[in-house]
Design a protein around this ligand. Sequence first.
Ligand SMILES: Cc1cc2nc3c(=O)[nH]c(=O)nc-3n(C[C@H](O)[C@H](O)[C@H](O)COP(=O)(O)O)c2cc1C
Length: 177
Amino acid sequence: MDLYQGILSRRSIRKFKNQKIEREILEKIIAAAQYAPSAHNKQPWEFLVIEDKEKLASLRLVQRWTSFAKDAACAVIVCGNLNQTFSRDKDDEKWDYADIDCALASQNLMLAAHSFGVGSCFCGASPMPLVISGLREHFNLPEHIRPLSIIIMGYPDETPPEPQNRFDENKIHWENW
Ligand SMILES: Cc1cc2nc3c(=O)[nH]c(=O)nc-3n(C[C@H](O)[C@H](O)[C@H](O)COP(=O)(O)O)c2cc1C
């Protein structure tokens, strides 16, 4: 699949066939996520793969907009490792790049999935404090692991309409605002 066409044709998929994603393909998809750019090249991501049907169904108890996960092949929870991220916590500066790095990894993951004919939908975790703490509790994540996204995946059982033309030339500011 041509990369540009892949970017334009990816859509969120929320209906899935009852079909597992082969382990080899899933690993290739997650490998692509690890090729994302990251601040200071820290690559602070971790990937929790959930395939168990009961666990998939229970995701909605922690993140209410994930009820369709019950019929998915898997969910990949993309997490930032706060011990590895490019960050600062001194004087009056406190920041880290984990969420941004994990968002870039998540997009790579979804585009790679699309290239293998696997549908996906990004569901948010960070910056919602209750979802972060809920996921930590539900899946035993240590405190230095902060979930950024829950990518719900499977072979598509729907064909969402083509996106409307999203290009808006007014969003581009040449040289001056
Ligand atoms: C930060 C973020 C959080 C999102 N959270 C959810 C979610 O919780 N549940 C869901 O069904 N879709 C979620 N989405 C998917 C968006 O609804 C979807 O990307 C948007 O409607 C555009 O559709 P498209 O992905 O087909 O282009 C989220 C997307 C982003 C970027």
